[in-house]
Design a protein around this ligand. Structure first.
Ligand SMILES: Nc1nc2c(ncn2[C@@H]2O[C@H](COP(=O)(O)OP(=O)(O)OP(=O)(O)O)[C@@H](O)[C@H]2O)c(=O)[nH]1
Ligand SMILES: [Mg+2]
Length: 293
């Protein structure tokens, strides 16, 4: 009998902070999508590819669904809409705290034509009977193709979820070479690593006002030279990012460099500059330059 290959696109959607990126990383077995305790960590559509001997799953991790307040957030929500339209399977993720989806997402999920797998994440935080209750409530509201409770952080039921996803994936040949983990360039991941540290080390609106662009990524025999620019929204934010005697930026850049070295498996020389691009989040030209539009 012939071996059956499965290949397809799975879009991962849900409210902010429910663990979509953590789950995608767990399914792929590699940290590709950045994760923090803050909402709106993911801003763009991130492809992360899980390869097996007889399958290739191309995940699209997406930003958490919010009500947009500025153009960048509108662009983020546009990506979620697109991801819902071109998937073979939709994986809608919620967690035990939220146990549901924002109204506008729920409406869209009702009209999705492909299988919708609902995932209740973070079950490590709750009792079994509460999980069961959450699951039946969700099932009544959205009538998913399948529903499963997992803990992305602890790897609980992640393999079972992968089996379910594969069952609903179309038969087909892989879209990418089998050693690909993403179709995004290295520069993108380098920028995301630095942005993750900015989300971790700065407070309030600052991380949300920042874009990171890698202006140089040069591999030599001994090390990788990475030159990053942190763009901020307002002049006062530049001072905050740099901090007293440059301490804040030094701490952030050092943490980012260490992660980059782990990811690239070699030495990294990271240079970071801070520049002001006034009100870039509402400026279409800037948003285009930064890859949001
Ligand atoms: N306890 C617990 N925490 C989890 C689990 N999965 C994710 N988290 C935590 O939840 C927080 C948010 O995780 P992310 O993966 O960034 O969530 P997200 O849905 O991608 O968030 P956005 O990109 O902002 O929409 C992080 O602090 C994770 O460590 C889980 O299974 N259990
Ligand atoms: Mg995310």
């Amino acid at each position: 009998m012939n071996k059956i290959d499965k290949a397809g696109w799975i879009s991962v959607v849900g409210n902010p902070n429910v663990g979509k990126s953590t789950l995608v990383n767990a399914l792929v077995g590699e940290k590709l999508s950045i994760v923090t305790h803050k909402p709106q960590t993911t801003r763009k559509r991130i492809t992360a590819i899980a390869n097996g001997p007889d399958y290739q799953i191309v995940f699209s991790d997406t930003p958490g669904v919010i009500k947009p307040h500025y153009k960048m957030q509108e662009a983020m929500m546009q990506k979620v809409g697109e991801a819902l339209e071109d998937a073979d399977v939709v994986m809608a993720v919620t967690d035990v705290e939220e146990g549901g989806f924002r109204e506008e997402l729920l409406e869209k999920l009702k009209y999705v034509k492909v299988p919708v797998i609902v995932v209740l994440n973070k079950v490590d935080l709750t009792k079994q009977e509460d999980t069961a209750q959450r699951l039946s409530a969700l099932e009544n509201v959205i009538k998913p193709t399948k529903i499963i409770a997992v803990s992305a952080l602890h790897g609980f039921h992640v393999d079972e979820l992968k089996k379910i996803l594969l069952e609903h994936l179309p038969v087909g040949e892989p879209f990418y070479p089998k050693d690909y983990m993403s179709d995004l360039p290295e520069r993108f991941f380098a920028a995301e690593i630095l942005r993750e540290k900015i989300l971790m080390y700065y407070h309030k609106e600052v991380p949300y006002s920042v874009e990171v662009i890698i202006e140089e990524f040069k591999e030599t025999e001994k090390l990788t030279h990475i030159r990053a620019v942190i763009y901020v929204n307002r002049h006062t934010q530049k001072g905050i990012i740099i901090g007293h005697k440059g301490e804040a930026l030094k701490k952030t850049a050092t943490a980012a460099r260490k992660d980059m070295e782990k990811w690239l498996n070699g030495k990294v020389f990271l240079e970071v500059q801070v520049k002001v691009k006034k009100d870039w989040r509402d400026n279409e030209i800037q948003l285009k330059n930064f890859g949001y539009l």
